[in-house]
Design a protein around this ligand. Structure first.
Ligand code: GDP
Length: 361
């Protein structure tokens, strides 16, 4: 799927960079172009592709400091500049646009929904968001920002592919090291998804087409992506059980939104050397995904890849009823309540004097 990426805010820019690197390294050619947008000048300095600094008149290149309303305002004021930077990037070849952002901060959280809405107005291709949810240990402000942004982005975008920072966190790492590892893990999974929708020359059977990715996301709302891989056997027969076990792991423990397994639609992609992909195993795995997700719309296909491993990649569409998401929304609501209570105690240091917080309750 030929994709144009727009990273908004710090996390959005860093993850977009990781996606571009992965696509280059693997020589997939699925990422057509990328642009990074930020209100903090320093965060744009390391970006090796086109950048746009927004809100210079308001925040003088210093960022919006976690204020996502200000993030939305500066994007609204400077949208013309952002859109003109995208003019050349979104060529006739483009099949999808992804707006990438951390939902818990300021620039990405506030700016992404505004940008998605504008892009939808202008372009005919689907406009998706790739949104990062704050981990449960992050502060109340992040939870509130993300709760509000998530609702708006999910409404405006053709689909919001959610990544929970807690899904990929490993212990013993600093926050920064942790982010880098998370970004690499996300880039690998999302990068494979973009690439799996690419035409592969010389391979006839069951190759995934971009339209299958788009159709899986057609129900809108919230999407998640699961992945697991294992050592491949030398022939297809030897991989029947492996395909089943990687598929189970991809869905049950490997998704970007833990505990999201009920879905409206799904796409199961098996990646590996073409002659080691077992038809029988793939069909069995697809039926299992149907049962497990409760969806009657489970698409499937192979992704030929030169590798000693075999991998299952599962895209889930329409996962908004997941327990994990409900737990997150509850966390965001609790954070709002605490902020309001602090406000009532007239403790301005802890309070957000913001009527829109009511939205979440
Ligand atoms: P912004 O620049 O104002 O949009 O704010 P950030 O992009 O820093 O957003 C903050 C949120 O994104 C928090 O929930 C962070 O945990 C998360 N975050 C920041 N940097 C990264 C990153 O590199 N990777 C990931 N996965 N999350 C990040």
């Amino acid at each position: 799927m030929k994709t144009v990426l727009i990273g908004v805010g710090q996390a959005g820019g860093k993850l977009t960079r990781e996606l571009v690197d992965f696509d280059d390294r693997m020589e997939f050619g699925a990422v057509l172009d990328a642009v990074a947008v930020n209100s903090a000048k320093a965060d744009l300095q390391e970006i090796p592709f086109e950048t746009v600094l927004v809100g210079q008149d308001r925040v003088k290149g210093h960022g919006v400091g976690g204020d996502n309303e200000l993030g939305a305002d500066v994007m609204q004021s400077d949208k013309t500049e952002v859109l003109s930077a995208l003019d050349d990037s979104v060529s006739a070849e483009a099949e999808a646009i992804f707006v990438v952002a951390g939902l818990g901060g300021g620039t990405g959280s506030g700016g992404a929904p505004v940008l998605v809405k504008e892009l939808k107005r202008i372009y005919d291709v689907p406009v998706y968001a790739l949104g990062i949810l704050p981990g449960r240990n992050e502060g109340a402000m992040y939870q509130v920002n993300a709760g509000r942004s998530l609702k708006t982005v999910a409404r405006e975008a053709d689909s919001l592919l959610l990544v929970d920072n807690d899904a990929f966190r490993s212990s013993g790492e600093s926050l920064e090291q942790g982010f880098d590892a998370i970004n690499r893990a996300i880039a690998q999974r999302v990068g494979l998804l973009f690439a799996s929708g690419e035409a592969v020359e010389g391979v006839a059977e069951s190759v995934v087409d971009s339209s299958e990715v788009i159709n899986t996301l057609r129900s809108g709302g919230i999407a998640a992506l699961g992945y697991a891989a294992a050592e491949s056997a030398e022939d297809a027969e030897g991989n029947i059980n492996t395909v089943m076990s990687t598929t189970r792991r991809a869905l049950l423990t490997g998704t970007s939104l833990p505990e999201a397994s009920k879905a409206d639609s799904a796409l199961l992609v098996i990646a590996g050397e073409p002659d080691t992909i077992p038809r029988k195993g793939v069909e069995r795995a697809r039926r299992w995904v149907e049962e497990e997700t409760g969806s009657l719309q489970v698409r499937g296909g192979d992704f030929p890849l030169r590798s000693g491993r075999i991998a299952s990649l599962i895209l889930l569409g329409g996962v908004e009823r997941s327990d994990r998401l409900e737990a997150f929304m509850q966390r965001a609501k609790d954070a709002v309540k605490e902020a309001k209570e602090a406000e009532e105690r007239e403790d301005p240091a802890d309070a957000w004097s913001n009527d829109e917080l009511d939205d979440l309750i």
